[in-house]
Design a protein around this ligand. Structure first.
Ligand code: AMP
Ligand code: ZN
Ligand code: ZN
Length: 411
């Protein structure tokens, strides 16, 4: 009789303990940290030194600033946003240019073709929102590259189809509203995107007052965003990362190489990419001719696919063609002289070129205060996010060791 009583009490205690554990686990998820990451396209690493950016300066004092965020090669928008998301080099995640032919699936990719952008067969690797969702962490994307397509049949819990006419203010409201959702619905990972100052930088160049005015306007938006985060009851759990996909280099009508002055279009099967970086597939009989001619042209570099420097981690993908041709810093390569040569700015150059480097700022409970970090590679952002969210990263190229110095010691 006594034995039976003890047994029942034991069962009751264990049941109530396991219930408590369940509750605790649930409570913990809600209390767990948040990561909100903003990318402002083409925000060159040194814009804050050229323009008046009191809000970014404040974050530098109260959080972390890295000397730069180094993009992957080629330093274009889609390859890099998807590298930030997946922690993979473009060779490994499949988006090797903004536009390219993919022989493995016999399809053309272009950022202006919505059918291609939403076609999951182009995208490899696991974006961090998928890593989060798979481990029970809700995620949201406001226009992050790659989030308009499913990966393993999964989207971020909240996401929108890209629409450049949505104002930046509306995007801030959207992000803040996600953070105001009831705890059980609230995403712990939010990634959002603004297409400036890239657009201005292309139009007038990185040193033009209009670009610097745009930088100042964006800084004021960062200030509004910061203030709204601070008003949230759980603001003490929110970590914010502000970064970008690449920088911007000044170009000129006087520094242009026209490919058609040297080679014929019908010697090539494919010419992927755009100014200042191309990937060219030669018709077999013209392979040697193209290489010999273009290797003698000033202000450009041509690499055979097998001879691309290892530091660029580029060329193992079958989507990269026979040759990669890239202009020297601040030079343009256009296919034909019928294409108007522009001044203003562009990007896509070698990622060693400092003009291509982007900003990196972060603040929140996970980050040190007033900490200056050396330049980071953008593939290392994925494991950093995973570490803060307490989730396991997928198999990636990035390494957490490269950013742990910026984290508070408790992390
Ligand atoms: P680029 O300067 O050519 O490397 O690309 C920048 C452009 O990409 C921006 O002007 C954006 O309008 C465009 N863009 C960014 N995200 C998307 C998206 N998800 N879908 C289509 N276009 C996009
Ligand atoms: Zn970009
Ligand atoms: Zn651009």
């Amino acid at each position: 009789m006594k034995k039976g009583f003890v047994y029942i009490v034991f069962i009751l205690i264990s049941f109530s303990c396991s219930n408590q554990k369940q509750n605790l686990k649930h409570k913990n998820r809600e209390d767990k940290p948040y990561v909100v990451m903003l990318s402002m396209d083409g925000f060159r690493w040194d814009y804050p030194e050229k323009a008046n950016t009191p809000n970014l300066d404040y974050i530098e004092k109260t959080g972390v600033r890295a000397d730069a965020c180094i993009p992957c090669f080629p330093t274009k928008t889609f390859p890099n946003h998807y590298s930030i998301a997946t922690g993979l080099y473009p060779d490994h995640h499949g988006i090797v240019h903004n536009s390219f032919y993919a022989p493995d699936i016999d399809k053309y990719y272009s950022i202006s073709n919505i059918e291609a952008v939403t076609d999951s067969s182009f995208y490899f690797g696991e974006p961090v929102w998928l890593t989060a969702e798979k481990q029970g962490v809700k995620s949201a994307s406001y226009f992050w590259v790659g989030s308009e397509t499913t990966h393993d049949g999964i989207f971020p819990s909240y996401h929108y189809a890209y629409n450049s006419s949505v104002s930046f203010e509306e995007r801030i409201n959207g992000v803040i509203n996600w953070l105001k959702l009831p705890a059980k619905d609230r995403p712990h990972l939010i990634m959002w995107y603004i297409e400036e100052p890239d657009s201005k930088g292309h139009d007038v160049g990185p040193n033009h007052p209009e670009t610097l005015n745009m930088v100042e306007y964006l800084d004021s938006l960062v200030g509004i965003f910061y203030a709204q985060i601070r008003e949230l009851p759980h603001s003490d759990s929110i970590n914010v990362i502000i970064t970008s996909d690449h920088g911007m280099s000044e170009i000129s009508k006087d520094r242009v190489v026209f490919l058609e002055d040297f080679i014929k279009k019908d010697w090539c099967k494919y010419i992927d990419g755009d100014n200042p970086i191309y990937s060219v597939e030669a018709k077999t009989e013209y392979y040697d001719t193209i290489y010999h001619i273009l290797s003698k042209v000033d202000h450009i570099t041509i690499w055979k696919k097998s001879e691309i420097p290892e530091r660029l981690h580029y060329g193992s993908s079958e989507r990269v063609k026979d040759f990669v041709i890239v202009a020297d810093s601040s030079w343009s390569i256009l296919k034909s002289s019928s294409r108007k040569a522009y001044s203003g700015g562009t990007h896509g150059y070698d990622n060693q070129n400092k003009d291509m480097h982007a900003i990196f700022y972060a603040f929140g409970p996970a980050f040190k205060i007033g900490y200056k970090h050396k330049a980071i590679n953008n593939i290392d952002i994925n494991p950093l996010i995973c570490k803060i969210l307490e989730i396991y990263p997928a198999k990636i190229d990035g390494k957490i060791e490269n950013t742990t110095q910026m984290l508070q010691d408790k992390n």
